[in-house]
Design a protein around this ligand. Structure first.
Ligand SMILES: *Cc1c(COP(=O)(O)O)cnc(C)c1O
Length: 380
């Protein structure tokens, strides 16, 4: 059996071990410590967000953002439908109601027009949404200008889910700096990883201080353990923050490598498309800079001589190459299908025809030879 080519595997830079060793040498094996502070300051400098709290996961970051915005039982929170379930789950943790919004075709992210329709319809029912959660799918920034304009018009805070988008920008402004809150993830398959981890970012220092307090069990100032609020165990470990500091040193290289992957695929499929196929890509609008975390294509059998993304998936599987279907939109998930949805089905279409190709920053030329020979056999 040929060695496995992964969709997106961890890619260490080298100094992660030095940072982790330092944590051991100083015995800072705790959910706080100098690496946590250092990692937070790296994240702030990189994204331009003024404050950051390193946490146990991106999901925890979204949960804390909702708590800090006082999202309670019965409240409405608007969320992009085309995303990983972690964007929406914390809404349910707060016993609030998720309302899902479809994608547009320019970036595959939250459609600002349906967002406004969702807000107006919820307002007409006497429910002012408490927050809006747009996502930068596979690293491609959402239409933040338009989304922030709509959000501002109705005075609703935005929680920017930048879990997949550290290193992405719009007109030079970094993803992770657009929302009242922004969140990052450092889970195992993200563009940089701490094995598991996340961060909550904001320009508002009071919010981030409060997030640190809530993430360490909400312990009041007192000689004993005193609690006036319910807390969480959501802080990042100092050991893992050491991995994060090493990963931040190579982040720009990782983005460059992922963008090169995308260009290789784009070049290949441009040639394929000259032979009567219509393979689609996630476009990158002018002024946008995606980290191209994952390269995703659309393969509509109606315009590709009957070829389906399932056929591609199977051909790759036979060669021990991992590909994945796209995130299945939340409004189509059994667990969320009874909640409101505003849109015209674009996210469903993208899901039905989409496929994520191997996109690791550590793919070799030999790996690409194997990948392209599978594609050659399908698009003969
Ligand atoms: C990975 C991811 C998250 C959650 O991050 P975790 O660190 O895995 O909890 C949230 N939203 C999106 C879009 C993600 O891809």
């Amino acid at each position: 059996m040929k060695s496995k080519i992964w969709l997106s595997s961890p890619h260490m830079g080298g100094s992660e071990k030095t940072f982790v060793q330092e944590a051991f040498d100083t015995n800072w094996i705790a959910p706080l410590g100098p690496h946590v502070n250092g990692f937070e300051s790296d994240i702030q400098h990189y994204t331009g967000a003024r404050h950051a709290a390193a946490l146990s996961s991106g999901t925890a970051a979204i949960h804390l953002a909702l708590i800090l915005l006082d999202v309670k039982a019965g409240d409405v929170v608007i969320c992009q439908s085309m995303t990983f379930t972690a964007s929406a789950n914390p809404i349910i943790y707060q016993a609030a109601t998720p309302v899902f919004v479809d994608s547009e075709t320019e970036t595959w992210n939250m459609n600002p027009e349906y967002l406004e329709q969702a807000i107006q319809d919820q307002l007409s029912k006497g429910k002012k949404p408490k927050a809006i959660i747009p996502v930068h799918l596979y690293g491609m920034p959402a239409q933040m200008d338009q989304i922030l304009t709509v959000a501002g018009k109705y005075d609703i805070p935005v929680i920017e889910d930048a879990a997949e988008a550290i290193g992405s920008r719009i007109n030079g402004k970094s993803c992770g700096s657009f929302g009242k809150f922004s969140i990052l993830s450092f889970n195992g398959n993200k563009i940089i990883t701490t094995s598991g981890g996340g961060a909550l970012l904001s320009d508002d220092g009071d919010y981030i201080r409060q997030a640190r307090f809530l993430s360490t069990q909400a312990r009041d100032r007192a000689p004993h353990y005193e609690h006036t609020q319910i807390g969480y165990n959501y802080r990042m470990s100092n050991v893992l923050a050491g991995i994060g500091r090493g990963q931040m040193e190579v982040l720009d290289e990782r983005v460059a490598a992922r963008r090169r992957n995308f260009e290789r695929y784009a070049f290949y499929f441009e040639k394929v498309n000259l032979n009567g196929y219509h393979i689609g890509f996630q476009p990158e609008p002018a002024g946008y800079h995606s980290n191209r975390w994952l390269t995703a294509i659309t393969v509509d059998p109606a315009t590709n001589k009957g070829i389906t993304r399932e056929a591609l998936l199977r051909a790759f599987e036979l060669e021990n190459i991992e590909c994945r279907l796209l995130w299945k939109p939340m409004h189509l998930q059994p667990v969320f299908q009874d909640y409101p949805f505003y849109g015209n089905g674009i996210s469903g279409y993208i899901f039905d025809t989409g496929l994520c190709l191997p996109s690791g920053s550590n793919l070799t030329d030999d790996d690409f030879d194997r990948i392209f020979s599978v594609l050659d056999s399908v698009f003969r």
